[in-house]
Design a protein. Structure first.
Length: 101
């Protein structure tokens, strides 16, 4: 019942200058740090993707890794990096709007 109330409060139409769920300034600062960390982690994964792909190809040639294992690890990088970047960006945008109020 309590979660339904919180969800209803979060989804209600917003009045100008009113946050859906009011948060303390310290919570917003923590959310800002989390957003930066998620975005940075996503960018690091994206940066390492070509190197990881080449490394996986070499390990397949050396019979240290199967094609299925390499495919799973490469798929992780190709899915996780954009997801972290988008999630971190959404957290950052939401937090910045919360701090500006």
């Amino acid at each position: 019942m309590k979660s339904a109330l919180v969800l209803a409060l979060a989804l209600r139409p917003l009045l100008p200058g009113q946050a859906a769920i009011p948060l303390a300034p310290a919570t917003l600062e923590i959310a800002l740090v989390v957003g930066v960390l998620f975005t940075t982690a996503g960018l690091a994964l994206q940066w390492q993707l070509p190197r990881w792909r080449m490394s996986a190809e070499e390990r397949i040639k050396d019979n240290k890794l199967t094609e299925a294992q390499a495919g799973r690890s490469i798929r992780f990088y190709t899915v996780a990096s954009p997801a972290l970047i988008v999630l971190g960006g959404l957290i950052l945008v939401t937090t910045v709007f919360g701090l500006l109020e």
